[in-house]
Design a binder for this molecule. Sequence first.
Ligand code: SF4
Length: 163
Amino acid sequence: MCKKVLISSCLLGKNVKYNGKNNLIEQNYFIEKLKSSNLLIPVCPEVDGGLPIPRVPVEILKERALNKNGEDKTREFKKGAKIALENISQNDIKMAIMKSKSPSCGRDWIYDGSFTKTLIQGDGITIKFLKQQQIQIFTEEELDDAYKFWKALQVLNPLINSS
Ligand code: SF4
């Protein structure tokens, strides 16, 4: 059985960003292959958590998701992260392709909460949840590595199923 992949829906061209736009990945063999085989499970944790499109941008400060007006959106961010986890368990997902630098979907680097485009080391709120589940996370800048990992999963899968 081919393995499904969780993906930030803005990377598929869905207009779910805070500004109503998207981060479409164009003309990538791996993404097109997954798409045509119905193996992508798109999530937008911010919208899934109940935030509107468009919305005031959010950054993470001291573990809280605060928007530019100082309003705390941590509850909505965590709700969206839990929905991503439900998708993970329902679809037996082992890997994700997530938008870099996002306060929800960013892995390893996020903006520092000052709204000055300053990056610091850290994870978006959904990524923290995914890491706790040992999900392998790639960004849209690591699609070659993501493809190699996905191909390895296809080889491993029959072994896992027969053990
Ligand atoms: S929460 Fe994730 S999927 Fe939604 S717009 Fe932000 S980066 Fe994209």
